[in-house]
Write a protein that binds this ligand. Structure first.
Ligand SMILES: Cc1cc2nc3c(=O)[nH]c(=O)nc-3n(C[C@H](O)[C@H](O)[C@H](O)COP(=O)(O)OP(=O)(O)OC[C@H]3O[C@@H](n4cnc5c(N)ncnc54)[C@H](O)[C@@H]3O)c2cc1C
Length: 411
């Protein structure tokens, strides 16, 4: 008589991007997958991702992808190669959710509805007979001999293998409350310091109501201190007490481990000092009887002029015909080095992702299995990995999930 293979029971905590993708890749007749989530629906964070459109991946090669990873790019290299952005695009296109690529290689569903991405993943899970259980917040995990016992308020699940896909700590209303970090510590794992990432940056200056409606286009933001200097070019916006928008979110991920930085805004990054000076001289010669406030209207958006005047030594009433060279040069300097007083990053709850997490030195990069506890796995944002905006973070969730499923299936 041949050996009868025992069906393996796998519990995955979290029915977000990584949990769903793990489950549909792992479940088969030999692998029973139970997916537990505290919410009443799957993919709550994915639902609000990409402003409700879900930027599911970035249509780039592995090298380009890795350049956008902030924490532990080397650890992710294998996982991204095993399941690439092009594999994500093929997967959704082949499973009834066609995708399109937009500016910056950002990939979205053609329908522009994040719900279609979630439906596609849930439908594939159901086809593979994944047992998805909602309203099952995991309260406790115990290891008994070779098994894990997972406790929710009203149930107890016994697993041969346990996958933690609980996400980060930001936007806790989506269900991602950071429980995975507690489980990791319970099993002896180090959790690196958690920080906000892709979040607004707080500033001291008072932002007027008019400024809340505008986008500063094609500016550059520099953050520096004595050992660090980064400049990012693009668009930004203002909130009460904060700056936000694409370049600010990216900058927040680069500075979240710096204790203090000086922030500078360049309103005219496309013009070097000489070109900007020529431009100022042209405007002054063209309207000698106007004043500096008028001159500013030719250079920056109207809604920011008072803010600029209040936060520099600019005297707006000086007639242009009597502008000294020194004053003109000071104005030029302020336009290219407008100082914003850094007050730290917004709270971790408001970050698009959490920076920090389960220390990847203790995780097998091929399978996502713990090196400290056999049959325990960590996938997605709970790991100490994060990337810039553009679809990279969801792809990390999918690629780590895929590696984990392949690792278990290959045993
Ligand atoms: C506003 C916003 C917009 C974003 N937009 C994008 C984007 O367009 N593109 C992109 O690439 N990334 C985006 N991200 C980031 C991306 O959504 C996350 O990185 C990704 O969802 C992480 O996937 P995950 O599976 O690791 O965790 P999650 O998707 O957060 O899923 C974790 C799941 O675990 C469950 N859970 C947690 N604890 C327990 C417990 N104790 N018991 C049971 N269940 C539990 C939660 O309910 C949740 O469903 C965005 C994030 C935010 C907040």
């Amino acid at each position: 008589m041949g050996n009868v293979r025992r069906k393996m029971k796998i519990v995955c905590i979290g029915a977000g991007a990584s949990g769903l993708f793990f489950a549909l890749n792992c479940a088969d007749e030999d692998h029973e997958v139970i997916l537990l989530d505290s919410n009443l629906k799957a993919g709550r964070k994915m639902y609000i991702s990409g402003k409700g459109r879900c930027n599911i991946t970035n249509n780039c090669d592995t090298k380009g992808f890795i350049q956008n990873v902030i924490r532990n790019p080397k650890f992710l290299y294998g996982a991204i190669n095993r399941f690439k952005p092009s594999d994500t695009i093929d997967f959704f296109n082949e499973h009834g959710c066609p995708l399109k690529t937009e500016r910056g290689n950002r990939v979205f569903p053609v329908s522009d509805r994040s719900a279609d991405i979630i439906d596609c993943l849930v439908t594939e899970c159901r086809k593979k007979k994944v047992d998805i259980r909602f309203n099952q917040k995991v309260m406790k995990i115990e290891k008994k001999d070779d098994n894990f016992v997972v406790f929710t308020r009203d149930q107890r699940y016994i697993a041969d293998k346990l996958v933690i896909a609980t996400g980060g700590k930001s936007y806790p209303s989506t269900g991602s409350t950071g429980d995975g970090y507690i489980y990791a510590k319970q099993f002896g794992h180090k959790v690196t310091e958690l920080k906000s990432a892709l979040c607004p940056i707080m500033i001291k200056e008072t932002v007027s109501n008019d400024m809340l409606k505008m986008t500063l286009k094609n500016v550059s933001l520099t953050a520096e201190n004595d050992h660090f200097r980064k400049t990012i070019f693009g668009d930004m916006e203002f909130l009460k007490g904060c700056i936000t928008g694409p370049i600010v979110l990216s900058m927040s991920s680069l500075i979240n481990r710096e204790t203090d930085v000086a922030l500078y805004l360049d309103f005219k990054p496309a013009l070097d000092d000489k070109k900007l000076d020529n431009r100022l001289l042209r405007e002054i010669q063209g309207s000698p009887n106007r004043d500096i406030r008028y001159l500013l209207t030719t250079l920056v958006p109207r809604d920011i002029i008072e803010f600029f005047i209040e936060n520099t030594d600019t005297d707006p009433e000086i007639p242009l015909h009597s502008l000294t060279k020194e004053t003109r040069q000071q104005l030029l300097y302020d336009l290219k080095h407008f100082r914003l007083s850094y007050q730290g990053l917004e709270d971790i709850n408001k970050g698009i992702v959490t920076s920090g997490g389960v220390d990847v030195n203790e995780i097998d990069p091929k399978t996502m299995e713990s090196k400290l506890c056999e049959s325990l796995y960590f996938i997605g944002e709970v790991l100490d990995v994060d990337a810039l905006t553009g679809g990279f973070n969801l792809q990390i969730a999918l690629s780590t999930a895929y590696s984990c499923a392949q690792g278990i299936l290959s045993e």
